[in-house]
Write a protein that binds this ligand. Sequence first.
Ligand code: ARG
Length: 585
Amino acid sequence: MSLIDKLNEIVGSAFTACGLSAELGTVRVSDRPDLAQFQCNGAMAAAKQAKKNPRAVAEEVAAGLSGDPLFSKIEIAGPGFINLNITDEALAKHLMGIAIDDRCGVAPLAQGETVVLDYGGPNIAKAMHVGHLRASIIGDTLRRVLSFCGYKTLGDVHMGDWGTQIGMVISEMAMRHPEWPYFDPAFTGPYPEQSPFDMAELEAVYPAAAKVCKEDESRMEQARQATVELQNGRPGYRALWRHIVDVSIVSMKANFAALNVHFDLWKGEADVHDLIAPMADDLKAKGFAVIDDGALVVPVRNNDDSKEIPPLILYKRDGAVMYGTTDLATLVERMNLYKPSKIVYVVDQRQNLHFEQVFRAARLSGIAPADVELTFAGFGTMNGPDGKPFKTREGGILRLEDLIAMGRDKALARLDEAELAQDATPEERRAIAHMVGVAAIKFADLQNQRQVDYVFDLDRLTSFEGKTGPYILYQAVRIKSLLRKAGEGAAPSSLTLQDGDRKLALLMIELPEVLATVVRNYTPHVLCDYMYRLAQEFSSFYGNCHILSETDERLKRSRLQICRMALSQLELTTGLLGIDVPERM
Ligand code: ARG
C-alpha cells in the first residue's frame, strides 16, 4: 500500500467517525511543504454538505486523528485545511519497505485486464519521418507503464498498408517495369520470392507516384483502380504488395529499435480485409449502414452535435474501402481476438474527427460494447523553430533516422563540452552518445503535455542542465559511480532522516500516485515531471549532505541506502520511458 493510500485510509476513517463520508478524507502531498508534508482539504466540502463551519469540522476530524502515533503534527490552517506531518520513524519504516521491493513500492493497479495500444502507425512504402516520433514513443511509454501497473498490454503497430498510396506505388511500378510478372494477368505463378526492389528504391517511387497522381487525373484513376484490384485480390498485385510490406518492415524495425520502441503485434490495415464484407453486410442488415450517393456509409451524427459529423464511409462508390472501414473492422478483430477492456489510440490530434466517427459507429452498432473503454490519446505536432511542423533545412520532411543521428551527434559534442565519457573507448563513447541522444529526444518529447504542440530545439534538449533527458541520465550515472566507490556496504536496519534526507525521502513515496495518474489520463509528462523533481532533489541531497565523507557510520549507511533507492526509481522510470542508462559517462 502506498503511504498516501495509508493516509487516505486513516484520515478517511476519521471523517467516517464524524459521520462524514470517507472520500472527503483524501490526503495529498502538501502544496506548501514549508507548512506541512501532507494536507487534506475535505473539511470545506464536508462543511458545505453538513451545513457546518469548516474549521469546526476540521477540528473534529483532527481530534479523531490526534491519538494516532503516525503523526508528528496535526494542524488546522486557513478556512479548514488539515495539515499533517508524519514521524520520521513512520516515514523511515515505510521507506524500508520500498527499499526491499523491486517495484519501488508501486502495487499493481490492474489484475491482467487486456489493453490494446495502437501506436506508431507508419505507412508502408514511405520512409518513417519525424511525424512518427511522437506516435511511437508516447504509445510505447504508455504500453510500458500500463504493463508495469498490471495490465496485459498489446502494442499494435497498425501499419498503413491498404490505402490508395499502395495503388499509386503499384501503378507507378507498372509504368517503370511493365516486364515484371506481377503485371502480367496471364502469369500463373509462382511469383519470385525475392523482392525486385529495396527500401531506397521504394522510397523513391512513392513521392514520384504521388506527384504524377496529383498532376494527372488519369494516373490517379489508374492508382485507384490498382487499389481496388489489390483489395479484391489480384494475385500479382498481392504478391508485389507482400514485397512492399516486407521491405518496409525491415526499415521500420531499424527505426523502432534505435528508439527502444517495441510492438507485440505487427498488424496493418490489410489484416482485417476479410472481415470487412461480413461486417458491412451485418451493418446493412441491421440498418446501421445505408447507401448514400452510391457509397455505403454509417451515419453517426447526433441531434445535439455542435459541429457537423460526417458519416463514416465503408465503401466508396468505386468499391474501395477507406481508412474508417479498416479501423472499424480492426475493432471487430480486436474485440474477437483479445477481448480487451480498453483500446487506446495514440495518433496525431488532427485525426480526432476520424476517431470520433469510428468510435460512434462502433458504439452504435455494438462492435464496441459500452464497458470497453475507447480512448483517442491524440498528440500535438513537433514544430521547428519557426513554429511550423519540423522540416529539414532544405524544407523537406526529416527522416526519423536522420533525427536520431542528429541527436547522437549533438550528444557526442555535448559530452566533449561537459568533459564526460572522456576515458571511454571510441566505441563506448558512441554507444553512450546514442543513449544520451535518444534520451534527449524522447524525454524532450514525452515531457510535453500530449495534446500540445512543441518546438524541437536540439540545443536545449541535449543540455546536461535543466529538464532534459541528459540531466536525468547524468544524475543516475552519478549515483552509480558513487555506489561503486562506496562498495558493497551492508544495508542499514533503519534510516536516519535529517532535513536533506527527509526531502528526498518524502518525494520518493509519491511514485505510486504518479503512475496511477499516468495510467488514468495517458499522460507521460506527469512521469517526466516526477523524474525531473527526483533528479533535482537528488542533486541537492548530493550537494548538501555528506555521503561518502560522512563520519557517522549509521548516517552514512542510511544515506547510501537513500542513494540506492533514488537510483532504483530513476532506473525504473527511465525504463518506463524506454530510455537506457549508461553505466558511466
Ligand atoms: N497510418 C496512419 C497515419 O499515418 C496512422 C494509424 C493510426 N492508427 C489507426 N488505428 N488508425 O496517419
